[in-house]
Write a protein of this length. Structure first.
Length: 434
């Protein structure tokens, strides 16, 4: 006799109801994945409770809605439960009301991963925290973003010492970040974005040697600063945009050798950007816009995978050497607008094969030197070149009109002189300002 243990049907465009499905007779089934299908906002069938051998159940983004059935609490062997859901206006959200969170989880004490993102739980801090801490002693991954949870985050969660990933973003926690998060010895990811957090972020959490991802974006009342980072730090992603984090970036930023993503836009950081950041070879995304940084920017020549750079709306000054961006074959966007950079526009930018947007407006650049090979211009994907409100002078470089993909060319409020050939304009942008 053949016994089916694993059934993977995710992203198979399955639609309609499954209430009468023979699926629910597969009593030995241990793993079931129905994620990313379209069950047309049907309720989750209570018959899932028949599959008592299940260790893994993934119904995420499958189009279910309404009350989560109590019968899921019969799946006592579950290690992973994922009911994450997207809410569509005009439909009934997936919700945990009766049974509530505690009733669902009470018997699921083997769970190591719980994903209920987008499920309407509507519970107070002590209620949801204690429901989890009293039921799930082995929990490693807790993901409850956008669940209508309120705060504060209860200290009862502190006993879950196996926790490695915590996502409580997009809830109305309205509370400080608890310092006990730093006591989770295996913590690799902490996401608390858009949760109305306030107070000072505990520096101890940033000292956690295991931490790889920290996302605090859009907590406008949350302040803090960055500590000195030790060597061999594991941080890969740092997202602090639209918070009140302030102070200088430590010189030890260069110790974050695994950092690939830094997003600290719209904060209150100041001072010079550490030159040690030139050593961060894994960088892919850098957004440090809308702060109060001054001085020059470091070279990113060693960050060969870098695709996005934004230092706009700061107080940065000085020349920008060509060598800063040489060899960045994956760079798609660079935005240095609204600073006080001077000297030549770095000509190396015009030869980068992936670059689509160059935004250098509202600076003090006075010269455009060099030019890319003609064939490179024609093959370039560049669609936006913003150089307005600088001090550029002399004739407009003819190769500006050779970029066949360009749709926005803005050169206004400069000191250009000379003649523009009409033949050049005919083959150039869909939209331009001169």
């Amino acid at each position: 006799m053949v016994v089916l243990l694993v059934l993977t049907l995710n992203s198979e465009s399955i639609s309609g109801g499954i209430n009468q499905s023979t699926l629910f007779s597969l009593q030995f089934l241990e793993k079931l994945n129905l994620a990313n299908n379209t069950f047309k906002f049907a309720q989750i069938p209570p018959s899932f409770g028949n599959l008592t051998s299940l260790r893994y159940l993934n119904l995420s983004m499958a189009g279910f809605s309404g009350q989560i059935p109590i019968e899921l609490s019969l799946l006592t062997r579950l290690s992973v439960l994922d009911l994450s859901n997207l809410y569509f206006p005009g439909t009934t959200p997936l919700q945990l009301e009766n049974p509530n969170l505690l009733t669902l989880l009470r018997n699921l004490n083997k769970l190591t991963e719980l994903h209920l993102d987008g499920v309407n739980i509507s519970a107070k801090g002590s209620e949801w925290s204690q429901a989890i801490s009293s039921s799930l002693p082995s929990l490693r991954v807790l993901s409850l973003s956008n669940c209508y949870l309120s705060g504060p985050i209860d200290i009862s969660l502190q006993i879950l010492q196996f926790l490695s990933e915590i996502n409580l973003g997009k809830n109305n926690l309205s509370a400080p970040v608890p310092e006990f998060f730093a006591s989770f010895r295996n913590l690799t990811a902490l996401s608390l974005s858009s949760s109305n957090l306030y107070g000072t972020f505990p520096e101890k959490i940033l000292h956690a040697s295991t931490l790889q991802t920290l996302d605090l974006v859009n907590n406008r009342l949350l302040d803090g600063s960055l500590p000195e980072f030790p060597r061999n730090n594991n941080l890969k992603k740092l997202v602090l945009s639209d918070t009140k984090f302030s102070g200088r970036l430590p010189d030890s930023m260069g110790n974050l050798t695994k950092l690939s993503w830094i997003e600290i836009a719209g904060c209150n950081f100041s001072g010079m950007i550490p030159t040690s950041m030139a050593n961060l070879t894994q960088l892919v995304y850098v957004d440090m816009s809308s702060n109060m940084f001054n001085g020059s920017i470091p070279s990113f020549q060693m960050s060969k995978n870098l695709s996005y750079i934004d230092f706009s709306h700061n107080n940065l000054t000085g020349p920008v050497p060509d060598t800063h961006f040489e060899g960045l074959a994956n760079l798609v966007n660079i935005d240095l607008a609204y600073n006080s950079f001077e000297g030549s526009v770095p000509s190396s930018l015009f030869s980068l094969p992936s670059l689509k947007k160059i935004q250098l407006s509202n600076n003090q650049f006075d010269k455009v030197s060099g030019s890319p090979n003609g064939s490179l211009s024609e093959l370039s994907p560049l669609d936006t070149l913003e150089l307005s409100s600088n001090k550029l002078q002399g004739p407009i470089p003819p190769y500006f009109f050779d970029f066949l993909s360009i749709s926005i060319l803005s050169l206004s409020f400069n000191n250009f002189s000379g003649i523009i050939q009409l033949e050049s304009i005919k083959k150039a942008p869909k939209s331009y300002e001169t």
